[in-house]
Design a protein around this ligand. Sequence first.
Ligand code: ATP
Ligand code: MG
Ligand code: MG
Length: 430
Amino acid sequence: GYRKGGYHAVRPGDQFAAGRYVAQRKLGWGNFSTVWLAFDVQSQRYVALKIQKSAPEFAQAALHEIEFLSEITKRDPSNCKCIIQLVDHFKHAGPNGQHICLVFELLGDSLLKLVQYNRYKGIGLDRVKRICKSILVGLDYLHNELGIIHSDLKLENVLLVSTIDPSKDPVRSGLKPNLERPEGNPNGEAALNAIEKKLKMRARRVLAKLAEKKKSAVESSRSERSLDGIDLTCKIVDFGNACWADKQFTDFIQTRQYRAPEIILGAGYSFSVDMWSFACIAFELATGEMLFTPKEGHGYSEDEDHLALMMELLGKMPKKIATMGTRSKEYFDRHGDLKRIRRLKLSSIERVLVDKYKISESDAREFARFLCPLLDFAPEKRPTALDCLKHPWLRYNEDGPLNNKDAKNIDLAQSTGSITSGDCTNIDLT
Ligand code: ATP
Ligand code: MG
Ligand code: MG
């Protein structure tokens, strides 16, 4: 990690872009970067600062991400399309090399955290619907207006607009930024004092964390924590793997559990791969468990298990589709049956929702009606994001049907082909 070509080590108080951004604390990290909460002195607000590893392949990936994010941000001036906005980007020279840095609007926890916070039990269908609407607005914008395929949709890559725990939200809690520079001479008395102070603080933090863990263990043994009062709009992030529909970079995309069948088969792809992943996300939010978790077994590969799991839940793959891809022959015989997994345990999404996840028959039926078309083996038959936004499942929530105004706006959107850029009033996210 923190070596030549790798991550850039950051201390709270470190300055970036000639002092414009001051690092506060680490928010997260990925394979390519560390992401810091930073204070933007110029605009006097908090931002998320993504500091890429410095090796050329990471720099290249960052430039790629900037290309997509710039377009996304430019075409959404009123920031209502449920996609992360890029605020700025620059280069930062450090001991491990030159790091490309991306500055984003600050968002909250990921949907994965939300599910974890709810102890993998599913977050309730009304919340699922709200989150689905946000994601669909984002996907409609990406697909219809920009021609971009995200190609790595999953829970980690959708962030809530605010944090689950308001006390950890620097904006809502009115936290004062730390604008102090770290000490210059690493062996000076002041620097050693600072280290001493830091260690003491760290010890205190560890103890506080322990106490918090103890408390939450007690709490969670009593009852699950409330998700009430959380603003459930969210935004799609991480465009490190995005591509243009008409200019693709690789055949092999998506994170395993969210991967569409045409990718496994090597049969080409389009926007509808994102719709497949979207369905996986909706299921996972509702149940707390991934829709497909394939594993390699005796005599078959992870890919084959994945295809088998899909067919157990969604029915047999039509022969024409099964045999169409460049890798079809590895998995299927000429009759369109899996070569090495012969017996399938047939079920259906609806049955699984009722039997395994104890969702009521009527809720399960309606939810399955929404999900199943998205999981069509034929990519071109999957509904688009805009189709989904018009689906009855999303137009009814705990407040009853959407009001006339919304219905009219959605019809309008339909008649003009897509929702026009810059107009944020078309679809109600509440
Ligand atoms: P990956 O390995 O997934 O490609 P990456 O290095 O490209 O990771 P990101 O996925 O962009 O990095 O970000 C890493 C983490 O930082 C996220 O999962 C999230 O927790 C946090 N993060 C990213 N952007 C923001 C933001 N705008 N606001 C708050 N947190 C963020
Ligand atoms: Mg990521
Ligand atoms: Mg990435």
